[in-house]
Design a protein around this ligand. Structure first.
Ligand code: NAD
Length: 485
């Protein structure tokens, strides 16, 4: 007899406890070999004054079991509360967010009967690092960070997932026509890693047209991997067009820790009425069972659930006159699934899970990856908070700090070049970026030159709010060029 696997469970808020009870009843009835450790997270904890929404003692259980099945929680209105999801994701480095979005046509209404897409979203980087600044009275900044190791981990995970789940294609969504450095790196790493998986088709779309195609013809997509923000938005779109956000589960995967959940929230208006659909959390639990090495139980649960949908036993959110046979509550839905354990669906495609996807080499560097070896300082962008006149007036004033081998080459305002030879039509804010380089722009400069430049800038009365060094890596510019140059 295999040993039970300890897992940490949180019942959450709103509909959370009802759907968690239903989910645990089903997986236990199917023979899940688990020992449950319960922890409290969410609203009650927030309202006790713990801004992270999780009791410090709960971390011990998570650190011990390394598997977390979490019902949705309510984040109280008002400032000061930190997202529990983000806290857990960052604490345990859960770099992959995996959301299968499947249509169950004709039993659940959808415009896309053949949809079966898995969104693999990078979970730790991008604009979600939460690094933000107010720089001037009118301008805020959010920093978008994309790293090579972060991209390698998530992209390799997507290909490994595709391989072990019999998927044929991995698609990458980026916006590297605009974000040439950050999304450009994600795209480059995708191409490098794709080359190691010749058995799996690969393609890349610019995210705007890619998103439009995903919403229009999702049946043309299989596994789609993307940076954090695009993945956050498009995984909700994908789940919704598959049928309902109430039907999709998600996994947050790290090396050695994983959290499983429904993708929807705590639906407070439906709480306590035995109405909610437990399917999203149940699908999260199925992914958990595969993860903890119980694919046999996962298969039983998933097939019994498909059979229940097929038999027209539906909760209110998917109930449709003419398609559904019986409108049931959360509890009755769970009982119907339990009654079908051991059965297969007859029309929907039955599933058959194998051992957990390999979680071995997600950190391995792409074989063809060559890191640059030579890093050379070639200038600095000095950002100014300034509202005393036109770009030409600023240009004339800033040129006076030229010297010691550095000279002002250009001034940009929110990305537009406004000096020299700016257009009178360009709207300017109080946020200016002044680019200084050696007289011969390709020549290296020293940190000492930059320090003395900054002193001259401050001495001239300018409010320098930030500097960003310009580097060449192996002779190639590691910064965005002046637009139009
Ligand atoms: P929601 O997902 O809770 O609800 C959106 C809509 O979907 C509602 O009409 C709701 O009734 C319906 N719905 C959701 N799940 C359902 C289910 N299982 N069965 C039937 N109907 C269902 O989103 P919201 O209303 O924007 O957020 C409510 C609360 O949930 C907020 O406090 C939010 O912060 C929180 N939230 C938590 C998580 C999480 O814990 N992972 C995720 C999203 C939102």
């Amino acid at each position: 007899m295999a040993q039970n696997v300890p897992i940490t469970v949180a019942y959450g808020d709103g509909i959370g406890p009802e759907i968690m009870n239903a989910t645990l009843d089903i997986i236990k009835a199917a023979g899940a070999r688990i020992d449950i450790e319960e922890i409290e997270v969410g609203e009650k904890v927030y309202l006790r004054g713990i801004s992270a929404g999780i009791e410090p003692s709960a971390w011990d259980s998570l650190a011990r079991t390394k598997v977390f099945l979490k019902a949705p929680i309510t984040t109280p209105q008002g400032g000061g509360y930190k997202s529990l999801n983000v806290t857990v994701r960052t604490a345990f480095s859960l770099y992959a967010n995996v959301r299968p979005c499947v249509a169950y046509y004709p039993f659940v209404e959808t415009k896309h009967p053949n949809m079966d897409v898995v969104i693999v979203r990078e979970n730790e980087e991008d604009l979600y690092s939460g690094i933000e600044y107010q720089q001037t009275p009118t301008v805020m900044e959010s920093i978008k960070l994309i790293s090579r190791p972060g991209s390698e981990k998530i992209i390799r995970y997507a290909f490994e997932y595709a391989r072990s789940n019999n998927r044929k294609k991995v698609t990458c969504f980026v916006k590297d026509n605009i974000m040439k450095q950050s999304d450009g790196l994600f795209h480059k790493v995708f191409d490098e890693i794709a080359a190691e998986y010749p058995d799996i088709e690969n393609e890349t779309w610019i995210v705007d047209i890619g998103a439009a195609k995903l919403a229009d013809t999702p049946e043309n997509f299989d596994v789609v991997v993307m940076p954090n923000l695009y993945g956050d938005i498009l995984s909700d779109v994908a789940a919704q067009i598959a049928g309902s956000v109430g039907m999709a589960g998600g996994a947050n995967i790290g090396d050695g820790f994983a959290m499983f959940e429904a993708i929807h929230g705590s639906a407070p208006r439906r709480a306590g009425q035995n109405l909610a659909n437990p399917s999203g959390l149940l699908m999260g639990a199925v992914m958990m069972l595969v993860h903890i090495g119980q694919p046999d139980v996962a298969t039983k649960v998933h097939n019994a659930w498909l059979r229940t949908l097929e038999d027209g036993i539906h909760t209110y959110d998917i109930y449709k006159e003419g398609i559904s046979k019986q409108k049931v509550g959360t509890k009755e839905f769970a009982e119907a699934v339990i009654a079908r354990i051991g059965q297969q669906p007859e029309k929907l495609k039955a599933v058959s899970y194998k051992e957990s996807p390999a979680r071995t080499t997600t950190t391995a560097r792409a074989k063809s990856a060559e890191l640059p070896t030579k890093k050379e300082l070639v200038g600095v962008d000095v950002y100014l908070d300034w509202n005393k006149g036109s770009a030409d007036e600023l240009g004339a004033a800033v040129q006076k700090v030229n010297g010691d081998g550095l000279e002002l080459k250009a001034i940009m305002n929110r990305g537009a070049k406004v000096w020299p030879h700016g257009l009178p039509y360009t709207f300017c804010t109080d946020h200016w970026r002044c680019r200084f380089q050696a007289v011969n722009a390709d020549e290296a400069v020293t940190p000492a030159q930059i320090v003395s430049l900054l002193k001259r800038v401050y001495d001239a009365g300018f409010d320098a709010i930030k500097t960003e060094n310009l580097y060449n890596f192996d002779g190639k510019a590691g910064y965005s060029k002046v637009p139009g140059d």
